[in-house]
Design a protein around this ligand. Structure first.
Ligand code: SAM
Length: 280
């Protein structure tokens, strides 16, 4: 019998995916971990019945969460990623001339299944000598971070289970401490269509610790509702004012398929219905 995954976008609607083959299905101490195949989206990483990333569209989300903040910083040398167990964000981050990239992922099983079933997503990122993978709770790690970072990216699951504290104001305060004097923080902040309260919560938390707070939008085909948001807290550099020429020069050799100067500009031009959220 054909099996379908119902990826809930709240209580009233869901994205459904026909699961043509289940490659992995187990429970870690933190979540239900599955890897399955779908004819349109390729191989999918699924955590607690929510599609996290797929071989077909992972480039969109990872390019948008990585390069908008990294290009907004004039010379990032150090990157911290919280979550991001599939390694896609780490791969994009390491395209920049960084000295080091620390990735703090709570669940070893996510990294292991990615390397085994979705190796194209991280590519060689985990083997890069600049990469430093820590299997621990990002919330605790940031409390005692040993050194400052120029850019921090929070690539967590939606707020449930271990990622709930990653959406709180206290966490943003700890992240502000972990950032250099001109550091930039970027987080995935949910759907502008049905999670506007979450976006408002994230922005309010960021405002307490950062002088510049911006939210930008993108399209992630496998996230329920497709329309997605990312929010930035920045100590000095405004990501919405990066010059097109700088974006082109900084990413010319990156072999990107979604992000470019035009997408950067469009991402910060949120439509009128979002103004009440984006202007708070
Ligand atoms: N792009 C996806 C999204 O937007 O939902 C997230 C992908 S990534 C797989 C999410 C990762 O966050 C998971 O591997 C999960 O184990 C990790 N995670 C959740 N809570 C965490 C925590 N407190 N510390 C570190 N990693 C955490």
């Amino acid at each position: 019998m054909t099996q379908w995954l119902k990826d809930l976008g709240g209580d009233t609607f869901a994205h459904s995916y026909r699961l043509d083959e289940i490659l992995f299905d187990d429970h870690s101490p933190y979540q239900h971990v599955q890897v399955a195949c779908n004819e349109l989206f390729g191989t999918m990483l699924i955590l607690d019945d929510a599609v996290q990333t797929t071989t077909a569209d992972e480039f969109i989300y990872h390019e948008m969460l990585a390069h908008v903040p990294l290009v907004a910083h004039p010379k990032p040398r150090s990157l911290l990623i919280i979550g991001g167990g599939d390694g896609g964000l780490l791969e994009e981050g390491l395209k920049h001339p960084l000295d080091r990239a620390v990735m703090v992922e709570i669940d070893r099983m996510v990294v292991d299944v990615t390397l085994r079933y979705l190796p194209g997503i991280p590519g060689k990122a985990f083997e890069d000598p600049r990469a430093d993978l820590r299997i621990e709770d990002g919330f605790a790690y940031v409390r005692n971070v040993p050194a400052k970072f120029d850019v921090v990216l929070v690539d967590s699951t939606d707020p449930k289970g271990p990622s709930v504290p990653l959406f709180g104001e206290a966490f943003y305060g700890d992240l502000a401490q972990a950032l250099s004097d001109d550091g930039i923080l970027a987080v995935q902040s949910g759907s502008p269509w049905y999670q506007r309260d979450l976006i408002a919560q994230v922005r309010a938390g960021l405002r307490k610790h950062f002088p510049i707070v911006r939210t930008y939008v993108g399209l992630v085909p496998t996230y329920p509702g497709v329309y997605w948001s990312f929010s930035i807290g920045s100590k000095r550099h405004d990501p919405a004012t990066v010059a097109d020429a700088a974006i082109a020069a900084r990413t010319a050799s990156f072999d990107l398929r979604y992000y470019d100067a035009a997408q950067h500009r469009a991402a910060f031009s949120g439509p009128a219905f979002l103004r009440p959220v984006l202007d708070t």
